[in-house]
Design a protein around this ligand. Structure first.
Ligand SMILES: CC(=O)Oc1ccc(/C=C/C(=O)NCCc2ccccc2)cc1OC(C)=O
Ligand SMILES: [Co+2]
Length: 171
């Protein structure tokens, strides 16, 4: 089912998530709910903490070259660890927990990640460019960070001002 996505500055987003211990049907339901929730909000990536579950789980469903978000390309990662990163790239990121705000963020260009799939099988993925951005963005959520924390002081001030006006205009 579709769950509520918590948004900045909800304190829960600052939680450091814990490793998954059991690869059971409860985990599978959570993964299915994360997928439904992400797709319903036009997202390409989601970490469990964004639906208030402090577990090291993230999903990424990249859009392919034909501009289709194919479920065949869905990545479900449990207890992921980045084992290697190098290079540098800038990408304009957005986040379902910071709706409507986009900013250029610098991250590693190429990474290697080890993680477990929904059946507890160990996987290793090597990726770069967009997929590397998505992985690093979602992995930051597991550490209790949101992408705007990478902004320079001045850009962060600009964001906070915009965000306050946005929330005021909503009320
Ligand atoms: C108003 C609003 O909510 O705008 C959005 C903001 C973010 C998003 C999705 C962001 C997202 O999936 N981020 C995952 C992390 C990521 C960032 C950059 C590149 C790879 C992976 C969707 C939005 O909704 C629409 C309709 O575009
Ligand atoms: Co995000």
């Amino acid at each position: 089912m579709i769950r509520e996505i918590i948004t900045y500055p909800n304190k829960l987003l600052r939680t450091k998530s814990k490793d998954v211990e059991r690869f059971d049907s409860e985990l599978h339901t959570l993964l299915d709910d994360m997928y439904e929730t992400m797709i319903a909000s036009n997202g390409v990536g989601l970490a469990a903490i964004q639906i208030a579950i402090p577990l090291n789980i993230l999903i990424i469903n990249p859009i392919n070259e034909d501009d289709i978000q194919n479920k065949d390309d869905l990545i479900e990662a449990i207890n992921p660890k980045i084992t290697h990163k190098d290079g540098e790239q800038v990408y304009q990121e957005g986040c379902l927990s910071v709706p409507g705000f986009y900013e250029d963020i610098t991250r590693a260009k190429h990474i290697i990640v080890e993680y477990y799939n929904r059946f507890g099988e160990k996987q290793t993925i090597e990726c770069e460019d967009f997929l590397a951005v998505a992985w690093q963005h979602e992995m930051e959520h597991l550490e209790g960070h949101v992408f705007i924390e990478n902004l320079s002081f001045t850009k962060r001030q600009k964001f906070e001002k915009e965000w306050k006006n946005k929330i005021k205009s909503k009320k």
